[in-house]
Write a protein that binds this ligand. Structure first.
Ligand SMILES: C[S@@+](CC[C@H](N)C(=O)[O-])C[C@H]1O[C@@H](n2cnc3c(N)ncnc32)[C@H](O)[C@@H]1O
Length: 481
């Protein structure tokens, strides 16, 4: 029985008081968009000096929302959309017709936003444009979705339905930030005169702030910003009208090309076809090699069989002892490593005051390099032999001979397989139960939450299968040696 708190692979959810913005949706209305009229958006881009390929249109792509589609064949290398520098919506617009007179209140608000919630900063600019009747970006703003499927808007029950503590934790952090930020915004706005009010006197609350943050996290692209003295560029998030109607694919048919950095008045942002695009095909971009945690948190969707999905675990000697015992590894000593093993654990940053204990299973590498190295080192008792290997070698699960020999490798992999089994058991429901929920008539938020947890479990099953194959190969090699 592996149910003691020390053997729980994820952070406990029991102490989390679940927060959600679900009751605060004052901004939502029954229509999906504020006003949907994509042709206006295309006309606006052309009128402002941009270009849109004549064989492109925007239409509904069922569950993906709106999408850019080809109405005829488009050859590889063609420019599909070209935005001049004044069309992207940015925190710091270049001086010109779209720059604002005085944004000091907005700047003060932005200072309260932690770096990792950069989407909220640009979200403030978006809210500002949304509040103006005469916004330059009105054709863009009116075509934005009115609601988002990110989990901060899930009900408490659907947040629980995610069944995965690291994501619950992130959702909670975001909700808590939004509730606190609402208070800070209100205090600052109460103290500013009507003429300095950045939102034209309109009320701003956690739901409208959440709308703006989600609009940005699900649509902004991080492009080259200002050039830095070291020759690199700052990353600058920008909302790219029309370009942000392209949906995501890991095998996209187009990509974004930025000509000149964002400080140049001649910057332009283009979408270029990477291959020939047939008629009636969606134009897709790769949003990034992201886990489903980030896809759901920032974009409100889950990618089935996502090759970049991972499960987060806490590196914990007691958990590893339990896993290796379950895997039949003899005399595991993960919780009481020898001094030379402790030295290596410190170098892997898995031991010590500032140790980083978060490790992952999944992704293309299957096992987090630091976890794999720790397992190999702790299972081996041959100090001299281990010390002949560099950490880099110990961290890689290659296809060649395992660095510390077949039996250490098999024991390490069997321990990871047991970790996968423990993690699977830690989910309150089984894959089959999730499948039957998905077949029932449930809300789209429940669907998303259940898809998310089911994909995590399927990923663990897949890693287990791949590692079991490796263990089989290792025992075949041992028996023929
Ligand atoms: C940049 S916008 C793309 C345009 C969007 N479909 C619309 O209606 O405005 C990103 C959003 O599109 C949807 N989306 C994009 N790619 C998707 C995919 N591969 N699967 C599911 N939803 C996707 C998600 O709602 C995501 O937040």
């Amino acid at each position: 029985m592996l149910a003691s708190s020390a053997s729980k692979p994820f952070l406990s959810t029991a102490s989390l008081r679940l927060l959600s913005l679900t009751r605060r949706r004052s901004l939502t209305c029954s229509a999906n968009r504020i006003v949907t009229h994509p042709p206006d958006l295309v006309r606006w881009v052309r009128r402002e000096g941009g270009s849109v390929h004549p064989n492109l249109t925007i239409s509904d792509d069922s569950h993906l929302g709106l999408s850019v589609f080809s109405t005829g064949e488009i050859s590889a290398g063609s420019e599909l959309i070209d935005l001049p520098s004044h069309l992207p919506l940015r925190w710091n617009p270049p001086a010109g017709p779209t720059s604002d007179k005085d944004d000091s209140v907005l700047a003060q608000l932005a200072q309260q936003i932690p770096e990792e919630l950069w989407a909220m900063r640009l979200g403030l600019r978006l809210l500002q444009e949304r509040a103006k009747d005469d916004s330059f970006w009105w054709p863009y703003v009116t075509n934005l979705p009115e609601t988002f499927t990110v989990p901060i808007f899930f009900s408490g029950e659907d947040i629980k339905n995610l069944q995965y503590a690291p994501l619950l934790h992130q959702v909670n952090l975001r909700c808590r930030f939004l509730f606190n930020f609402e208070k800070q915004v209100k205090t600052l706005l109460n103290d500013s005169s009507q003429k300095d009010h950045p939102f034209g006197g309109q009320d701003v609350n956690s739901a409208s702030l959440g709308w703006a943050m989600s609009a940005v996290s699900s649509r902004a692209f991080r492009l080259h910003g200002k050039a830095l003295p070291n020759g690199r560029h700052e990353e600058e998030p920008m909302l790219l009208p029309l370009i942000d109607m392209c949906n995501h694919s890991f095998t996209p048919n187009a990509s974004i090309v930025q000509e000149r950095d964002a400080s140049s008045p001649n910057m332009s942002v283009k979408v270029v076809a990477d291959e020939q695009i047939e008629q009636n095909t969606p134009v897709t971009l790769n949003y990034g090699c992201l886990s489903n945690d980030l896809f759901l948190l920032d974009y409100g969707f889950v990618v089935p069989s996502n090759p970049y999905d991972r499960v987060e675990l806490r590196y914990d000697g007691t958990l590893l002892d339990a896993a290796s015992m379950a895997a039949g590894v003899s005399s595991p000593n993960f919780s009481s490593p020898a001094t030379w093993q402790q030295d290596i654990l410190s170098k892997l940053n898995l031991l010590g005051d500032n140790a980083l204990l978060k490790v992952t299973i999944g992704g293309s590498e299957l096992i987090d390099g630091r976890l794999l190295a720790a397992l190999r080192v702790l299972i081996s008792s041959d100090k001299e032999f281990v010390q002949k290997h560099s950490l880099d070698t110990l961290m890689v699960l290659g296809n060649g001979d395992p660095p510390l020999g077949a039996s250490v490798e098999a024991a390490a992999l069997r321990t990871v397989i047991a970790l996968c089994v423990i993690s699977l058991e830690h989910f309150p429901t089984k894959i089959m139960q999730d499948e039957s929920v998905l077949k029932a008539d449930v809300s789209s938020a429940t669907q998303l939450a259940v898809q998310f947890r089911m994909q995590k479990k399927l990923m663990l099953v897949d890693v287990t299968r791949k590692l079991s194959q490796r263990v089989k190969m290792l025992s075949k090699e041992k028996s023929t040696a």
